[in-house]
Design a protein around this ligand. Structure first.
Ligand code: FES
Ligand SMILES: [Fe+2]
Length: 523
């Protein structure tokens, strides 16, 4: 039972149970049920405004009332407060997906970063991914035998403080040019919290010790040993705002993910998929995010985190599953998702079942949204993010969290991410669908579990092919009289099975690690 429930929790389908007591034969009710859940203790610092967002009630049925019921925002006199994108912590990557032996290039907030393991200080370090010599990417470099980050273009080496320790081309009896300030690399403050490397996107020395004053958002369940913390990451070809509003949008689940998530079980069904009114209300909205408590238990912690949870009583035991989404702005038209689905039941499953098996399901869910969001994005960008509410028709409360996010985005961030003038605002060109929805470069190479599964399955595919060829070869070179008819038939059958298995495996690898070709019409 635990397996089934945990699989539905961490697999392709976020399924949030209610707090109602139920026996072990019952599945948690889906997220589409009204929820009566407790809000987790959140410990993000900051002021709480008295802003309340409400969506108006059912729209009028008369044709005269064509104005969509827009959310109203109670003024609190702090409208001019501006969100500073460069005074926040950003999740870079889960530690479990980082290899200590190599430097990793990652883009966050338009900044090219290199993440590497400093074995001398036993810490992950985040540097500007630019060598001060001729600006080659340090992420293409290596860690030398003394644990320094080496630029492989001309061999300059840097310690964990960004100091240049050697310029091989400088004469030993000449001036110590490696000690010059211009030979140093910019170091960004970083910290590991919740098994994730976080970066502070400002390398100014005044922020060197920022982690002592301000920490990344703290989620108690992620530090609780009774919870498992299955996680993963994927780069996505649409912007941060489209990613986060999609993850906040519960109403799309039965439609965009039809057939890959459990269908809602409401009594009155208006269609096959089972969508229904969702009575959502954003309770508090301020510069730090908002809370949605009426219908579900979700929370937006600006700028990156959206999470929801649900509790269920089983045999007087409180079981909780959480859905934590960390949405990272990468560059215009690109974002990165780090997901964590902690739960305090069926924890043993994660110790047995490898992560890649769950990632297949999560990637399928992401694929089923991907193209929709990729196409939606340029339309909204053309209209202008601040005109979002005028361009979209939002007559029901089911859009409350999405509207809440857009209100936050427009009000505090001016409807845009501050790229510090790095980009013109244009989106990158749209590649062919197969490239757009590619899983290999967007996930597999960045996921230790999927990467090893991919390598292992590829090796198995080759072995099966070799076996089928060898078996046929043996039959061909063995003289008729030596081998009985039965043995021959057996070997031919085995060769066919090996060949068919290799073909099936090739298809499996392609579909799950490269391109799935999701088609909603055939679901
Ligand atoms: S560019 Fe890095 S050492 Fe020359
Ligand atoms: Fe994976």
């Amino acid at each position: 039972m635990d397996v089934l429930r945990a699989a539905s929790a961490i697999g392709p389908l976020p399924c949030i149970p209610t707090t109602a007591t139920r026996n072990k034969t019952q599945f948690p009710k889906s997220i589409f049920h009204n929820l009566n859940l407790k809000l987790p203790a959140l410990t993000r610092n900051g002021l709480k405004s008295r802003l309340f967002m409400t969506l108006s009630s059912t729209p009028s049925s008369t044709m005269e009332s064509i104005e969509p019921p827009m959310p109203e925002l109670e003024a609190d006199g702090r409208e001019k407060e501006r969100f500073d994108w460069y005074s926040q912590w950003y999740p870079v990557m889960p530690v479990c997906d980082l290899d200590k032996r190599v430097p990793h290039g990652k883009k966050v907030l338009g900044l090219d970063l290199v993440v590497w393991w400093d074995k001398n200080e036993n810490e992950w370090k985040v540097f500007d991914d630019t060598c001060p010599h001729r600006l080659a990417p340090l992420s293409e470099g290596r860690i030398d035998q003394w644990g320094r980050l080496q630029c492989v273009y001309h061999g300059w080496c840097f310690n964990g403080n960004g100091d240049c320790k050697i310029i091989p081309q400088a004469p030993l009896d000449g001036p110590p040019v490696h000690t010059f300030k211009k030979a140093c690399v910019a170091v960004y403050p970083s910290v590991v919290q919740h098994d994730i490397v976080w970066v502070w996107p400002n390398a100014d020395p005044q922020y060197k010790d920022i982690k002592k004053e301000k920490k990344p958002p703290y989620i108690p369940e992620l530090d609780d040993p009774s919870f498992s913390r299955p996680m993963g990451n994927r780069d996505l070809p649409f912007g941060y705002e489209f990613l986060i509003e999609n993850l906040m949008d519960f109403a799309h689940l039965p439609y965009a993910h039809y057939g890959i998530m459990p269908a809602p079980t409401s009594k009155v069904k208006v269609d096959r998929e089972g969508g229904r009114p969702l009575d959502m209300k954003v309770k508090k909205l301020d510069i730090n995010g908002f809370v949605e408590q009426e219908w579900g238990n979700s929370n937006f912690i600006a700028p990156c985190i959206f999470h929801a949870f649900s509790d269920v009583e089983v045999d007087e035991e409180n079981q909780r599953v959480m859905f934590i989404f960390m949405c990272v702005p990468v560059s215009p038209g690109n974002s990165r998702l780090i997901w964590i689905f902690p739960r305090n039941f069926g924890v043993w499953i994660d110790q047995i079942v490898p992560r890649w098996m769950f990632h297949i399901g999560v990637n399928l869910v992401l694929d089923s949204d991907l193209y929709l969001l990729h196409v939606e994005e340029p339309k909204i960008m053309e209209i202008g993010a601040t005109n979002w509410q005028k361009a979209c028709f939002l007559p029901t409360k089911s859009d409350a969290t999405v509207v809440g996010f857009r209100r936050w985005f427009n009000k505090y961030a001016g409807g845009e991410i501050d790229w510090k003038g790095k980009y013109s605002g244009a989106l990158p060109p749209s590649p062919p669908r197969e490239q757009l929805m590619d899983r290999y470069w967007s996930h597999v190479v960045n996921c230790k579990s999927c990467n090893s599964a991919y390598e292992g399955l590829k090796a198995l595919e080759v072995m099966l092919q070799i076996m089928s060829v060898v078996l046929i070869g043996i039959i061909a070179v063995t003289k008729q009289k030596i081998m009985s008819m039965v043995a021959k038939t057996t070997m031919v059958s085995m060769a066919i099975i090996c060949f068919a298995a290799s073909k099936w495996l090739a298809h499996f690898i392609y579909k799950n690690f490269h391109y799935h070709g999701y088609n909603h019409a055939f679901r």
